[in-house]
Write a protein that binds this ligand. Sequence first.
Ligand code: URA
Length: 408
Amino acid sequence: MNIVDIINKKRVKEELTKEELEYAFNGYLNNYVKDYQMASLLMAICINGMSERETFDLVDIFIKSGDTLDLSFLPGIKVDKHSTGGIGDKITLIIGPIVASCGVVVPKMSGRGLGYTGGTIDKLESIKGFNVSLSEDEFLNALKKVGFAVTGQTSNLCPLDKVIYALRDVTGTTSSIPLIATSIMAKKIAGGADKILIDIKCGKGALITNLEEAKKLKTLMEKIGNFYNRETICEISDMNTPLGTNIGNSLEVLEAIEVLKGKTGPLTDLAIKIASEMISLSKEIPLNEAKSLVLKSLQEGLAYKKFQEFVENQGGDLNSLEISKHKEIIKSPKKGKVISINALNIGKLSCSLGAGRINKEDKIDYGVGIVLNKLVGDYVEVNDDLFTLYKKDNNKINLNLEDYYEIK
Ligand code: URA
């Protein structure tokens, strides 16, 4: 077999056999297929797609590239939640502790930032000392002890997703439906959860920008989940506007903490909804009963306590979170109402400040990012603060305000 023949076959829209997929993907993992060859194949897949059979085969190849966890020794039904990624989406950091504080075990295998969307692993790494590469034993022990643990893909757990994900991030190959479905479902199945809840983000600031594509992704992931006997529920939610007020790694952890301590708003509402669904799925109780448990956990501070326990257990020091000292405030040139905030452009701006990667080897600056001082629906006066940039240095950023905020 020859990798160039495989790339060419996909280029002319032919279906690849399982053996060809194995040759290409396992070859990349084992370093005999090179970065530039895999990048080319991924782009051909992005453009020409994959059949359902090819996608199912690729999921199998990803799962078998590492171990599959057996969580049956832990009590209850284990539910994992995953987001396809959006701008300011720090929901995992909020719902994990809430759900675990209600007695439901949450095993979570996450990824880094992808395209302009942030990733849970990068966010957690903004906490000094936090270990995102748990061994299988460490992951299982953390689940037993705390009830909530997050690990990235490792050399044992879904290693193929670890390497392909990093390459997709920097080669414009993030938005392919079969590649997203493979990446997410292989991680979820290898991670050992009994039930899977997926928040498909759809809109300007998401990998999937239109509803038809989001529906296709939903059907595909639900089919894969059912094939592996994991009940899988996919919901589609809006990602035209950034989620919450903070974008950037440390800033997002800080906002998650604010929500766990009682901050209200659309981000909190979405977190309560998803956490209630997870608890309802796990405890097999009605949604309103699950919601009462969630609200009680938040009101009594149990969720925040669980978050502290989770961070400490994975070696993190919450006092270490740092925000850049170099601030620039963007003011409103006019009076009016905020009609929209462009999630994609905010995500790009945050990346250009240093919160995301352009090249594989780029180091993230955890302290940079953006805080939205005004949200959609707010009224503004001339000179009111619209948003604040946290930058690497004091160099002024030239931007066209209309690319970010629509005010009428
Ligand atoms: N999240 C993942 O884990 N993988 C993707 O491809 C997209 C979002």
